[in-house]
Ligand binder design. Structure first.
Ligand SMILES: [Zn+2]
Length: 113
């Protein structure tokens, strides 16, 4: 028997992001660090990161799409280890892997498109 472990969005503490995560960043000790938020929190989290970068004189750049996908793959692989029977995680992981394969020919697409 497997307990489905819920991974809550660290920003709103409400949404379950186990199978729908979005990699954003925040400054931790003055260094950019990845953290995964829900769909709703993604834009505000990026904006907050941008503002804190400006405040700390750190150049802000959007995360490249392939880097985002690689981070997501790592995230879902961890979730899959935790809950190997969760079909949502398996589906999310295969979607990320599909997008990584087609990545080089993908137009400047948005991660949350
Ligand atoms: Zn959230």
């Amino acid at each position: 028997m497997t307990d489905v472990r819920i991974t809550r969005c660290p920003r709103c503490l409400a949404e379950d992001i186990s199978a729908d995560a979005h990699p954003s960043r925040r400054l931790v000790g003055g260094m950019p660090a990845t953290f995964f938020v829900c769909r709703e929190c993604f834009r505000p989290a990026e904006l907050e990161f941008q503002i804190s970068c400006e405040g700390a004189n750190i150049p802000y750049a959007r995360l490249p799409i392939r880097e985002s996908l690689r981070l997501l793959r790592g995230f879902y692989l961890d979730r899959q280890r935790d809950t190997p029977d969760d079909p949502r995680v398996t589906a999310a992981l295969s979607e990320v892997e599909r997008r990584l394969l087609i990545g080089p020919v993908e137009r400047a697409s948005r991660l949350d498109a």
